[in-house]
Design a protein around this ligand. Structure first.
Ligand code: BTN
Length: 279
């Protein structure tokens, strides 16, 4: 029912008036919307350009992984932004985008959590991810592309075996299908609001909205940082966007500005521990 290609008219009809979205480029299946958007940005496309595709043949995920992108099922979109800030601060963009994702899911009626740095989780499974690519110029980021993949109507049997058990979709979680244009418009509106807050006040301005969805706080985690794995406890996200992490080995709090959470203690195993089922 919602598998048709997203059109600029559908999006325009749903977006809040006065937003920054100046150009909505809706493609069929393409290689990667981030790739297309980076090329458009290099060629001078303005801040507020959105590239959305029906499917991707070379969807890019973080850490060089591929992003599963079957046609007609999900949202694959890349936003061109021209942040007037140093590159170091522009890294907060992806955290802001994560908050916008959670806002959008909640507006769609599906409560969501964030896994640092910017994965959207529904329960203990990932439903959306963000890949920010930046081109650096003199004095700061020349432009950035904020790529977002949201599993919207993906069915359980469409999830590849290697990520089954780890991935989910709005449809799987809510038990109904969603309009992909509606979900994308909710995200674009939310991103416009969070971007404005971030541009005015940095990550600190949206820190409370992040903290309220933090799924790792107080959980045991396995972290990959600086090429090494470490077990410990995630203590929350600081006002500058760093992950506060206490490794078992030293017991001294660290602040991680980059890294990856390889494993985390699930709510299920925590509950099982509380009832004595796990040692
Ligand atoms: C992640 O690994 O969690 C990030 C996934 C980002 C995927 C999106 S889909 C739209 C955009 N185009 C891409 O090639 N990647 C991003």
């Amino acid at each position: 029912m919602f598998s048709g290609r997203i059109t600029p008219e559908q999006l325009r009809g749903r977006l809040a008036p006065g937003g920054p979205w100046v150009d909505l480029v809706c493609l069929g299946t393409t290689d990667s919307t981030n790739g297309v958007a980076m090329e458009m940005a290099e060629a001078g496309a303005p801040h507020g350009t959105v590239v959305v595709a029906d499917g991707q043949t070379g969807g890019r995920g973080r850490h060089g992984r591929r992003w599963v992108s079957p046609p007609g099922r999900n949202v694959y979109a890349s936003l061109i932004v021209r942040p007037e800030m140093p590159v170091s601060e522009a890294s907060g963009l992806s955290l802001a985008a994560g908050v916008a994702l959670a806002d959008a899911a909640e507006r769609a009626g599906v409560p969501a959590l964030l896994k640092w740095p910017n994965d959207l989780y529904l329960g203990d499974r990932k439903a959306a991810g963000i890949l920010v690519e930046t081109a650096v110029g003199q004095g700061g980021a020349r432009h950035a592309v904020v790529g977002v993949g949201i599993n919207v109507n993906l069915a359980g049997d469409e999830i590849p075996a290697e990520i089954r058990g780890k991935a989910t979709s709005l449809r799987i979680r809510a038990g109904r299908e969603f309009s992909r244009a509606e979900v994308l418009a909710l995200f674009l509106d939310a991103f416009a609001r969070r971007y404005a807050e971030f541009a005015a006040g940095g990550f600190k301005a949206i820190h409370p909205a992040w903290e309220r969805r933090d799924m790792l706080r107080g959980r045991r985690v396995l972290v990959l940082r600086a090429g090494e794995e470490a077990r410990g406890v995630a203590l929350g996200v600081a006002g500058d966007g760093a992950l506060r992490f206490r490794p078992d080995a030293s017991g001294a709090e660290e602040r991680l500005f980059s890294g990856e959470i390889l494993e985390f203690e699930t709510i299920l195993s925590r509950e099982a521990k509380d009832t004595g089922c796990f040692s």
